[in-house]
Design a protein around this ligand. Structure first.
Ligand code: SIN
Length: 542
């Protein structure tokens, strides 16, 4: 087995991963891996933009208040303040790297700020409706130009390697990871003094999601298998408005469309949101997604509709070029037609427990971006706060690593060769396909926008059985990306269900018919920490 050495290993090439790599390369050699094409990440599909209190009329206090309000008592206020106050400096860093945020047509010195649900004012920096795509394009170029960064595509992390797992005495620490080279179908290892998990979210745990295929919760699952605490996993954010069309896979209609005045109507043409919340279509996402779910189920309809026909075609083409063009390909003209939409899994507010520097409970492993739970989002994420969190925490993480001398801490511990002597090529790929669908359907039906104790119990039983089957499959057959991703979505599904079962109340994104109100008293976070287990296949010598 090949082992590569680096000062830092960064897993994931979304905003969190690329900015971690660019910040860390100032201190040493970075290997950054992407499990598929490096441009394929949740960030790449981010339409809305980056929320930041940058406008002279805006204040940090106002952004903090909106974030805390939407987070329903579960945000860590100190984390919120640190992350939001670090925003303006990191936005300037993005601009220095070459990203241009939209400016107001007649006033070039002012940003054209977008409005989204839960924000008390316009605050979202954007690059049209392809903000994430523009950001990734520029950062990938910066990474390519940096001689201290090695970017490896089509390499999927399998598991973290820890000294605890290697039974080396003393405090356990991470010394790198096993990875699958998809082109060669071979496992290799990267040995590094620090590993940064920047693997993004886990939308693929659900049947319907706005996320790309890569969002399979890999970092959360790996961290959990290594014995790290995983927090607040019941808070899965469902984006209210994904395009409902048989051929449109995961296409989001940005909340910024509602920010420009779009209303939500049902099949009878009723603007129903005011019946649920006085803020109408711009209420926070948990409220809007639940209202749509209720409306669809009550009326027996397949979807609801966004109506932005009060805006001119010229405005829509200029402000939402990508959404406008994509809708056109499905025969929908936003300027004259209603847009059919449904909610879909969008963002994982929970994740690996970290502080605002990405520090986890295990020495040598950091987590940044959607994979992490810093306390910024609490029970519900304020729209467009996530890219800001990724930016600020990537910077903080590199600063923390520099301050702790990790760069100068090489490890000479050998990573044992991967054991594959007694596995065979899979002869039953149908099992993988079947279990993928089963996990995702089960989660959609039983652990979705509205939950009950009974549904959670059912889901827990099914997912536990599937996890056992998948683990056996993983041990018996050659490792493939499909199997690894399946193993990860099943692990994350199990964590979501267990966290949801712990929460005996409704709060933010977790709504259950058995306890429809928030409980009185100080809100508490859910946390799961299991003994390291089900981890990498033990090498022969173990
Ligand atoms: C959107 O554009 O609606 C998504 C933005 C976000 O999830 O923060």
């Amino acid at each position: 087995m090949k082992t590569l050495d680096a000062d830092y290993l960064v897993i994931g090439t979304g905003l969190a991963g690329l900015m971690s790599a660019l910040n860390l390369s100032k201190q040493g050699h970075v290997i950054i891996v992407s499990k598929k094409d490096s441009s394929e990440s949740n960030t790449n599909y981010a339409q809305g933009g980056i929320a930041c209190p940058i406008d002279p009329d805006d204040t940090l206090e106002s952004h903090v208040a909106d974030t805390l309000g939407v987070g329903r008592g579960l945000c860590n206020e100190s984390a919120v303040r640190t992350i939001l106050s670090g925003g303006p400096e990191q936005i300037r860093e993005l601009e220095r790297l070459g990203i241009s945020f939209a400016r107001r047509p007649a006033k070039e010195n002012e940003y054209d700020l977008g409005q989204e649900g839960g924000h008390s004012r316009r605050r979202v920096l954007h690059a049209g409706d392809i903000t994430g795509h523009e950001v990734i394009k520029v950062l990938l170029q910066a990474v390519a130009d940096d001689p201290r960064i090695t970017l490896m595509e089509n390499c999927m992390a399998v598991d973290l390697v820890t000294t605890g797992w290697l039974k080396i005495s003393g405090e356990s620490r991470c010394i790198g990871a096993y990875l699958l080279d998809r082109a060669k179908q071979a496992i290799f290892a990267v040995r590094a003094s620090c590993t940064v998990l920047a693997t993004g979210g886990a939308g693929k745990v659900y049947l319907y999601t706005s996320n790309p295929d890569t969002a399979t919760g890999d970092g959360i699952a790996m961290a959990w298998r290594a014995g790290l605490p995983v927090k607040n996993m019941e808070f899965v954010q469902f984006h209210p408005t994904c395009l409902y069309h048989p051929d449109a896979k995961s296409f989001l209609i940005s909340e910024a469309v509602r920010g420009e005045g779009a209303v939500l109507v049902n099949a009878a043409g009723e603007d129903f949101m005011r019946m649920y919340d006085e803020r109408g279509a711009l209420a926070p996402r948990d409220v809007v997604a639940r209202a749509i779910d209720h409306e669809i189920k009550k009326r027996g309809d397949a979807c609801v509709y966004l109506d932005i026909t009060h805006k001119s075609r010229e405005f829509l083409e200029q402000r939402f070029p990508n959404i406008y063009a994509t809708c056109r390909t499905y025969g929908i003209d936003m300027a004259t037609d209603l847009i059919p939409v449904v909610p879909a899994a969008h963002y994982c507010c929970g994740g690996v427990e970290t502080d605002v520097d990405g520090v986890t409970a295990l020495d040598g492993v950091y987590a940044v971006g959607e994979v992490a739970c810093t306390g910024l989002h609490g029970a519900n994420r304020l729209a467009s706060n996530s890219l800001l969190e990724a930016l600020v925490c990537a910077y903080n993480c590199a600063t923390h690593i520099a301050g702790h001398g990790q760069a100068a801490k090489p490890t000479d511990i050998e990573i044992p060769p991967w054991k594959d002597s007694d596995v065979v090529p899979s002869d039953e790929a149908v099992v993988v396909e079947h279990n993928w669908n089963e996990v995702r359907t089960c989660m959609w039906d039983y652990v979705g926008i509205v939950r009950t104790n009974k549904r959670l119990e059912r889901a827990a039983r099914r997912v536990a059985t599937l996890q056992d089957e998948i683990e056996q499959y993983y041990l018996d057959y050659d490792v493939t990306t499909d199997v690894l991703e399946l193993r990860n979505i099943a692990a994350v599904a199990g964590l979501i269900i267990r966290s949801a079962e712990q929460r005996k109340e409704s709060r933010g994104l977790h709504y259950t018919l058995d306890y429809p109100e928030p409980s009185a008293g100080i809100p508490v976070e859910t946390s799961i920490v299991d003994k390291p287990g089900g981890t990498v296949r033990p090498p022969d010598s173990f």
